[in-house]
Write a protein that binds this ligand. Structure first.
Ligand code: KIV
Length: 269
């Protein structure tokens, strides 16, 4: 089973790593066969599994249920799980949530935030819970942003985001996830923290890992398709196509053919 130290080593070696979201055991098994490096049990399940129009209705119980199912299906990938909306607004709640998902099989928790969560990151880390902080476009704050919009598009906004990364890394964050930021900013942040693997989604080719929502990369997206999505299913055919799509994604991340320029946000900072 891949560990956090394996991911750190990948970063030091310049070996990129693949990550997909996953919510059930059979997809998890197919990802194991494709040797996908990391799995995120994302609160995106509120949209792609439960049919809500945001991640806000997802509960901690949902995250525990799906984490346990994924862990049963996959013994290879490093497994991280989201803490859902408002379940980590104070340290005590975050500790209880982390306990629940780690006991269900997660190896790391992820939550959305920045410098204001540094104390929470520190308490969890000191108590044996590795933390990934999700920055940039943080979908749980969709109503604050007024939509799903690219973040960090000016030098000032990019510097503010870097300061948030610095604060949570100083507090002990073991991983960062950047969503929908200019490719240049993804590159800068990945280079700034040599010990901390950085996963990107719409953050350019230079982050250490790449994640996609599994339904998006299989073409099971009937609404707006984000710029950063590549449909790996279109290139495949036959009865084992899902398996082939996962294999193709893993290879494309490692050889850096994904994301290509058309999947990234090019902004001069
Ligand atoms: O919940 C999720 O699937 C995520 C990804 C979009 C990174 O956080």
């Amino acid at each position: 089973m891949i560990s956090l130290s394996d991911l750190r080593q990948f970063k030091q070696q310049g070996r990129k790593f693949s990550c997909l979201t996953c919510y059930d055991a059979s997809m998890a098994k197919a990802m194991e066969k494709a040797e996908i490096d990391t799995i995120l049990v994302g609160d995106s399940l509120g949209m792609v599994i439960q049919g809500h129009d945001s991640t806000l209705p997802v509960t901690l119980e949902d995250m525990v249920y799906h984490t346990a199912a994924v862990r049963r299906g996959n013994q290879h990938a490093f497994l991280m799980t989201d803490l859902p909306f408002l379940s980590y607004a104070n340290v005590e709640a975050a500790v209880a949530g982390a306990r629940a998902v780690m006991q269900a099989g997660a190896q790391m928790i992820k939550f959305e935030g920045g410098a204001w969560l540094a104390d929470t990151v520190q308490v969890l880390t000191r108590n044996g819970v590795p933390v990934c902080v999700h920055l940039g476009l943080t979908p749980q704050s969709v109503h604050v942003f007024g939509g799903y919009k690219v973040q960090g598009k000016t030098r000032d906004a990019a510097d503010a985001l870097i300061a948030d990364c610095q604060a949570v890394v100083d507090a002990g964050a073991a991983m960062l996830l950047l969503e929908c930021v200019p490719a240049q900013l993804g590159k800068e942040i990945s280079a700034l923290f040599p010990e901390v693997p950085v996963i990107g989604i719409g953050a350019g080719v230079d982050t250490d890992g790449q994640v996609l929502v599994v339904q998006d990369m299989l073409g099971l997206n009937y609404g707006h398709v984000a710029r950063f999505v590549r449909n790996f299913m279109q290139e495949q055919s036959g009865a084992t196509a899902i398996q082939d799509a996962f294999n193709a994604f893993h290879v494309a991340v490692l050889d850096q053919s994904f994301p290509a320029t058309q999947h990234t946000f090019q902004v001069e900072l």
